[in-house]
Structures are given as C-alpha cells and as structure tokens.
Write a protein that binds this ligand. Structure first.
Ligand code: FA5
Length: 340
C-alpha cells in the first residue's frame, strides 16, 4: 500500500508541473488534496490494512500530504507571478490609476470613554481588576446579599443560560467578591470594567447590554465622606463644571446607598425625555459595602469598611458628548461613529 502511495505522489507531482494557470492549479488541488481527491481517497484505505501496518501508513500519508502542499504553494506563487507579468505586459493593469483610499479605523466612543475613566481612577490610585461576563447566580446575587426570591431581584431582569444557576452578569458588582477573595487581607482600591446584560426594554436611555465600571475601596476607617468626596472629584474631572447630586437609594449590597446624578439640562423636549422631566441624568449607584458582603468576601466587618459604586459608561459618554439616544452606541451607523 505504501508503494501505491509513493507512486501516486510521483504522478501528481508530475502533473503539478504541467499546471500553468490558476484555474489548472485549482483543479489539481481539488483532484489531489481536496476532500474527494486521490490522496484523500488513499487515506481512507487505512481501514483495510492489518492493524500493525496502520501507523507506518498513516505517517507516510501525512508526509506525502505535506510534501504535496508545499510543492503546490511554490507552484502557485510562480504561476501567480507569471500571470501578473503577462497582465502587465498586456497593458491590463493601468498603473497610473489613483490608488484606493484607505479609511483609517478609530476607537469606539465607548472605548474612548472607558479609557478616560481608567485614567481618572488610575490617577486616584485605583487599578483595573477584570472579572467574568458569564457568572453564577451565587456571585451575581447571593453573595451580594440578594437571596433567591428576594424582591430586590426584580431590579435586574436577567438573561439566564440553559445551565441552571449560570447567567450573564446583570452588573459588574459580582467582581467585588472576586476582588475581595483575591486581595484578602490587604486593602483594596480597584475598578472593574465590563459589559453587563439585562433583559429590559430598549429606550433612549436604556440598552439591554451596556458597559459598567464598578469601583471598590476596602480598608480601615473608610467612611461615607470618602465615597462622596471621591465620586465628586471623579465627576468634576469627567464632566467639568456640571453640578452633581446624591440621592438616597436602596441596593441590597450597600448600606447606606446613594445614586449620583449629573445635571443634563431641561431645555428641549429631548431633555425632558432623557431625564424623565427632572433635568438630571443618573450615572451611578453607590454606597458603603454591606457588612454581609464584606464577610462574604472574607473581610471582618468589625475591622474593615469600604465603599463601592457602579457607573454606566454609555450614560457618561452621553453626558460628555451630548448624545441624546443610547441606541446610537451599538447601532453601528458609521455616520454616528465617525463623529468621534
Ligand atoms: C447597579 O447595577 C449596581 N450594581 C450599582 C452599584 C454598585 C451600587 C456598587 C452600589 C454599589 P443600577 O442598576 O442602578 O445599579 O446601574 C448602575 C448604572 O448603570 C446606572 O446608574 C446607569 O448609569 C447605568 N445603567 C443602568 N441600567 C442601564 C441601561 N439599561 N442602559 C444603560 N445604562 C444603564
């Protein structure tokens, strides 16, 4: 059988030498190395060989395939070159025509905003901690003090996978627990960026997938004043002189909790729509890390405290660049994307 294979190799190599056009080469490839080509058919004969002869035959088949492939590559580039030379000699290529314009790519507006956010937090001593998009119910909810059937689960409409207990994270907060497990017992100052997914109605201000940047600071004697001061400092660098305000709120994993709004304005009908008639756009949720969450992360709440926040990146970009509909971000319309 090996002799048959060697003979086949000699024959097809000889026929390769006679293939002198791209079409002939394509046909040669189909008839030899292609799915139903002669070499492939030979390979199938392995089943009819005695078991002890199969390894040697298999090895030889692979050698033949490699040799034929490299002979083909060499032949193909020679044929292409001679076809091109012939084309030029024929005057078929007009080298005086202007070249095709290269359209340089650019960073997506969400990526640019994320980088801006990293820079500001980096300057304040926070480093980036990556956490996963596909999470377990345990991390996304339970360790964050949201047990099964807790009414607060309604705050996050969830995409579940077909594996029970596995879901697409609804927020970046499960990363808090991963960060605590990894850093214990050291103080923590991290931001956790990433895409989050929610089974919710798409509107001018809400998408079903969007970026969040979570923040987490854990240490001794961290207070609510630290939270307010740090987030206000961030907002001033991000949005300049726009006023910010904190509103008391509820999150199961922080106590007390607050949302931060940035002033958007209330002049046009769009302003009314986007700010629900208040003039303010909510950009983040925050609060002091709940003692139960600290404990779940391995930190003793009698000794440590911390603050956390989760901000919507597209909402930040809307404020910075005056974009009045969040759906533009992932609509992939170049007329929008090219403006940034
Ligand atoms: C949360 O997701 C909490 N995990 C935030 C948090 C973290 C609170 C740590 C306390 C401590 P919320 O669902 O409000 O909270 O979302 C946070 C931010 O994401 C919002 O302020 C908003 O800026 C943005 N956001 C929320 N839903 C959407 C949406 N559908 N489309 C775009 N941005 C959204």
């Amino acid at each position: 059988m090996i002799e048959e294979l060697d003979q086949l190799q000699t024959e097809v190599l000889a026929s390769l030498e006679t293939a002198d056009t791209s079409d002939a080469l394509t046909a040669w490839y189909r008839e030899t190395l292609g799915g139903k080509g002669s070499v492939q058919l030979m390979t199938r004969k392995i089943g009819s060989l005695p078991v002890e002869e199969r390894p040697a035959f298999g090895k030889r088949v692979n050698e033949v395939k490699e040799a034929l492939q490299s002979a083909f590559d060499v032949r193909q580039s020679a044929v292409k070159r001679s076809e091109m030379d012939a084309d030029i000699a024929d005057g078929g290529i007009d080298v005086t025509l202007p070249g095709r314009k290269i359209r340089p790519g650019g960073l997506h507006i969400a990526t640019e905003t994320l980088r801006e956010i990293y820079k500001i937090w980096g300057d304040m001593g926070f480093h980036v901690f990556r956490s996963r998009d596909v999470e377990t119910d345990h991390y996304n909810f339970e360790l964050l003090n949201i047990p099964q059937h807790h009414p607060a689960r309604d705050m996050w409409d969830t995409f579940h996978t077909t594996t029970p207990g596995v879901l697409l994270r609804t927020h970046t907060s499960p990363g808090q627990i991963h960060a605590m497990h990894q850093h214990y017992p050291n103080p923590i100052r991290v931001i956790l960026p990433g895409m989050v997914y929610r089974y919710e109605q798409v509107t001018a201000r809400s998408e079903f997938q969007f970026h969040q940047v979570e923040g987490l600071a854990v240490g001794k004697n961290i207070t609510f004043a630290d939270l307010k001061g740090t987030l206000t400092g961030f907002a001033h660098r991000m949005f300049g002189e726009r006023p910010v305000r904190f509103r008391a709120n509820y999150f199961p994993f922080t106590e007390p909790s607050a949302e931060m709004d940035v002033y958007w304005g209330l002049e046009s009908e769009t302003d009314y729509r986007i700010t629900k008639g208040t003039g303010w756009l909510e950009v983040l949720g925050s609060g002091m890390v709940h003692p139960t969450v600290l404990k779940n992360g391995g930190y003793d709440p009698n000794e440590y405290s911390g603050f956390a926040f989760g901000m919507g990146v597209e909402r930040m970009a809307m404020l910075r660049y005056n974009i009045n509909d969040i759906r533009y971000f992932w609509g992939n319309d170049l007329r929008f994307l090219e403006q940034f």
